[in-house]
Ligand binder design. Structure first.
Ligand code: 5GP
Length: 188
């Protein structure tokens, strides 16, 4: 997605340890016009999939997911990282965090065996969040129809793992390397 890749090169910042900071336009300050374009591109790429629910994980997946839900008139559910006292009938699993280097629980309700779910998130790195989501979807009996990521870091193996499982994965910008703090994007 050209406009996203240009924005990553303009406003993205590289940190040691293979971390890309995009908090000027995606996950702290957010650009709603870019977010709408991202949602439209995900909709185009998953047009052949039969989806009835958009699923994401808090916090950074919520913006693109709600844009898609709005445009497709579909409900959006986000997996929570803290259990509210009032939450009932929930499913839970454990995820290792790449950026925070710790483990956390993810909790969700509102997934049913009738659901055909598209998962959306900001980053795909090692795929730990995605693995947790797959586990929750399996527990619920719902069907996973695809996983869409705004940015995939191809040098961290999540993408390969998910595609090897036969999952339809779409990433709108793929980073080949962040070596020497230089952002190298995959040409399409
Ligand atoms: P994974 O679970 O695939 O290893 O990592 C994905 C999660 O970690 C994303 O939801 C995202 O919040 C965070 N993450 C992974 N890599 C990066 C990165 O380079 N920059 C930022 N800002 N977040 C990242």
């Amino acid at each position: 997605m050209k406009i996203l890749k240009e924005r990553i090169l303009k406003d993205g910042k590289c940190y040691p340890g293979g971390i890309l900071k995009v908090d000027k336009f995606i996950n702290h300050q957010m650009d709603p016009n870019l977010m709408k374009d991202i949602a439209v591109e995900f909709i185009r790429r998953f047009a052949s999939s039969n989806v009835n629910k958009i699923l994401t994980i808090e916090a950074s997946g919520i913006a693109p997911a709600i844009m898609m839900g709005f445009l497709l008139n579909l409900p959006v559910v986000f997996a929570k990282k803290k259990k509210p006292n009032t939450m009932e009938n929930m499913l839970s699993t454990t995820v290792s965090s790449f950026t925070k280097q710790r483990q956390y629980n993810v909790i969700i309700s509102y997934l049913t065996p009738n659901d055909k779910v598209l998962f959306i998130d900001d980053f795909l790195a090692y795929g730990n969040a995605a693995k947790g989501i797959i586990e929750l979807i399996e527990q619920s009996g719902a069907e996973l129809v695809g996983m869409g990521f705004i940015i995939e870091k191809a040098f961290q193996d999540g993408g390969r793992y998910l595609r090897n499982k036969g999952i339809h994965v779409e990433s709108l910008a793929i980073i080949e390397s962040l070596d020497n703090c230089e952002i190298k994007l995959r040409e399409e």
